[in-house]
Design a protein around this ligand. Structure first.
Ligand code: MG
Length: 109
């Protein structure tokens, strides 16, 4: 078993041991993911990026990953596969020759 699958199993086990699956419908997991993303953003609010507490950034980022992986688990999605699919799509939208060094959205490249 690879390390990523082991991690997904650990996350599922954590939920199972606490009987929290009953609360983990995809809608509430998506809401929780958004809240955790906001907690991550709050660490940067009114600060320069380098002033954020990296220890807290790690914690909030881990919360974001946790909820994202729980949603993926709900739908039995292969996380590395769907991320790679999306990267391939992004590579088509943002060809290097047009996108290199510019932050323009793909429909305006
Ligand atoms: Mg949090």
């Amino acid at each position: 078993m690879n390390e990523f699958k082991e991690l997904m199993t650990e996350i599922d086990r954590f939920t199972e041991e606490r009987d929290w699956d009953q609360f983990h419908n995809p809608k509430d997991l998506a809401v929780a993911l958004s809240i955790e993303a906001s907690e991550l953003m709050e660490l940067y609010l009114w600060k320069k990026p380098e002033e954020a507490n990296i220890g807290k950034v790690k914690e909030e980022l881990a919360d974001v990953f946790n909820y994202a992986f729980l949603i993926a688990s709900k739908y039995q999605l292969d996380v590395p596969a769907i991320v790679r699919e999306k990267m391939a799509e992004n590579a088509r939208k943002y060809p290097v020759e047009k996108a290199k060094g510019v932050a323009t959205k793909y429909d305006e490249l």
